[in-house]
Design a protein around this ligand. Structure first.
Ligand SMILES: [Zn+2]
Length: 286
């Protein structure tokens, strides 16, 4: 039976208190993953990050960290490129302190290049520099380029595979909502869509890149060019459907850490867990 973990992207909406209290809170509502959002900068002190990490380990909460949004490793501007590397290195350090195994990163934009290939090469150079500049004590966290929701962003499945094939310590963060929005609603419609994508990653990067599948999920609005905004799971007028992703994971035995990026964070994480439990019951797994 696959091991599926669920948790919110950021501090739960119903939680008030210091950050290191989040793991106990999550455990109390039946969740077991937490993505720390350093999206506006890595500001947490070493002391606090270590306390958060030790609480997460006591309550068996899988930690990940989302790097700052202000990263563009594809930027032709050397200043932005260097600052992006610094921010990712800072994120990797904080991740090590809090015991996070994955650092999720928005790689950047194609803008300024004649071809997609040129932009990807620049991004790969950036990630190689990150790894070169990491202090030796940062051992555990992996670089996790996220699949992105806009066609202007580096982050198709193919981009993400190419990046991870070229650097060590890399596994994709699969944001199914983004893939759905990027395709303007043409992908992530069936269990087969999801399985095909996972099998492609497995063929190119090996099963270890998917064990567990680091997953982002919500429903999403899209327009021309892709992503507009993330919406709640109960919104019937938008996709994608969580149940098909869950079925694909269960049918093919993929372990996953599922992070809810819905506007109602932990509440939709609980709903996603419930839907997967229903599917497991149907299959006679629980
Ligand atoms: Zn993200």
């Amino acid at each position: 039976m696959p091991k599926l973990r669920f948790g919110p992207a950021g501090i739960p909406l119903d939680y008030k208190g210091p950050i290191e209290g989040v793991p106990l809170f999550l455990k109390s509502i039946g969740l077991n993953a937490f993505e720390y959002e350093a999206v506006r900068g890595v500001r947490i002190s070493e002391d606090k990050a270590r306390r958060l990490g030790s609480e997460a380990s006591i309550y068996d909460i899988a930690m990940s960290l989302h790097a700052p949004y202000f990263v563009n490793l594809a930027s032709p501007d050397p200043n932005i490129f260097e600052k992006s590397i610094d921010r990712i290195v800072e994120s990797m350090k904080a991740a090590e302190w809090m015991g996070a195994l994955v650092v999720v990163i928005h790689s950047g934009y194609y803008k300024g290049y004649r071809s997609r290939g040129e932009a990807i090469r620049r991004v790969i150079d950036g990630y190689r520099l990150v790894l070169e500049r990491l202090p030796g004590w940062v051992k555990k966290p992996m670089i996790s380029p996220e699949t992105m929701g806009k066609s202007s962003q580096v982050g198709s499945i193919e981009d993400t595979i190419e990046i991870c094939r070229s650097i060590e310590r890399c596994k994709p963060c699969i944001d199914w909502a983004h893939l759905y929005a990027r395709s303007e609603g043409k992908h992530v419609l069936t269990v087969e869509d999801v399985v095909k994508t996972l099998e492609l990653i497995e063929r190119e990067l090996g099963r270890k890149a998917l064990d567990p599948v680091h997953t982002h999920f919500s429903k999403i609005k899209y327009g021309r060019g892709g992503e507009r905004e993330h919406v709640v799971l109960s919104d019937k007028s938008h996709g994608p459907d969580w149940r098909i992703v869950c079925k694909a994971y269960i049918d093919h035995g993929y372990n996953a850490v599922v992070i809810s990026e819905s506007p109602i964070l932990e509440k939709d994480a609980i709903l996603m867990k419930k839907i997967c439990e229903e599917e497991m019951k149907i299959k006679g797994l629980i």
